[in-house]
Design a protein around this ligand. Structure first.
Ligand SMILES: [Mn+2]
Length: 313
């Protein structure tokens, strides 16, 4: 299934790799991983990785991302990774590339590139890139394997989400044949500062529960200003303070922002994606998000999630 993408890479002199804005471990891992794989196996090609800052995942991209001139796109293949929605792609210049291709594991919502491999059975886009390289007998350097392994770890929740399959572990085991220092990876990923641990405690103390035990946190603008953190840190950064709570199968984090109310929904048991989609959002079956118009709409979404559990009782 990857043959068409491999052929596009083989035929391109310049490859420019994109991924979603505000990248997570998977987005950066597959971007850096694919860049390294192309460098190793096609040393005559020019290959670039573009996009916004890696923030907390900067350790995965120690050289940062490439600044390139618009002209580079004219003759290039742009590959979009780990991105289900066109509006989330960092650096819109991919639309000006000669050819475009996409590899993604999010639930399909729109066609973005000429050639696309979309497969939600993969736990991570890193897993897709690694599997593509393995199937096509491409050499995977230690740098590539480290980046790809890191993204597999983060998107699979350390190989524990039910997106983890025999294939996940078989691909990961193949990556470990290249030198991967996973103690270093885990230290970089999961060691937390005391300040952040305190912040998580603050959010944990804000948790409320609906009648059917949907756990939720609602953070108003004024409160956020006092905490002196950005909306993303409050929103995606704090949603999983509620995970692994006994008796809680769905949890949701609302954060008021200039754009609306950010909403991050997670579940250990239910497909909450249709609820996110109903409110204009998207994502995965058990991890989705949406940006809502108001607190009223946030409470409507919360009622829908509560109803989902109620209907299953
Ligand atoms: Mn991903």
């Amino acid at each position: 299934m990857y043959t068409e993408i491999i052929e596009l890479i083989q035929n391109a002199q310049t490859v420019i790799i994109h991924r979603h804005t505000r990248p997570d471990g998977d987005a950066i891992g597959c971007q850096i991983g694919l860049k390294e794989i192309i460098k190793t196996n096609f040393p005559d090609k020019e290959v670039y990785a573009v996009g916004d800052d890696a923030r907390g995942y900067a350790f995965m991209a120690p050289c940062g991302f490439d600044e390139i001139a618009d002209e580079k796109y004219g003759n290039a293949l742009a590959i979009v990774l780990d991105c289900g929605s066109a509006k989330l792609i960092s650096d819109t210049r991919y639309t000006t590339a000669k050819n475009t291709a996409r590899l993604d594991h999010h639930i399909f919502c729109e066609k973005i590139c000429e050639s696309e491999v979309i497969d939600t059975s993969y736990e991570s886009c890193c897993g897709m890139v690694a599997d593509m390289a393995i199937r096509h007998n491409l050499e995977i350097s230690s740098e590539a394997a480290t980046a790809l392994y890191t993204g597999m770890v983060t998107d699979s929740g350390r190989f524990r989400y039910d997106s983890t399959t025999p294939r996940t572990l078989s691909v990961a085991s193949k990556l470990l044949e290249s030198k991967v220092d996973f103690n270093e990876i885990f230290k970089n990923l999961y060691a937390d500062t005391y300040e952040n641990k305190k912040l998580k405690a603050t959010f944990l103390l804000k948790v409320q529960f609906t009648a059917n035990n949907v756990a939720y946190i609602y953070t108003e603008k004024e409160e956020l200003a006092k905490l002196n953190i950005d909306t993303f840190t409050a929103s995606r950064g704090m949603v999983n303070t509620m995970s692994d709570t006994k008796g809680v199968d769905i949890w949701v984090n609302f954060t008021e922002a200039d754009e609306g109310v950010f909403c991050e929904i997670r579940s250990s048991a239910y497909n909450i994606n249709p609820v996110a989609v109903k409110y204009g959002g998207g994502g995965h079956a058990k991890a989705s998000g949406a940006t809502l118009k108001s607190k009223e709409e946030a409470m409507m979404l919360l009622a829908d999630l509560d109803e989902m559990i109620g209907a299953n009782k």
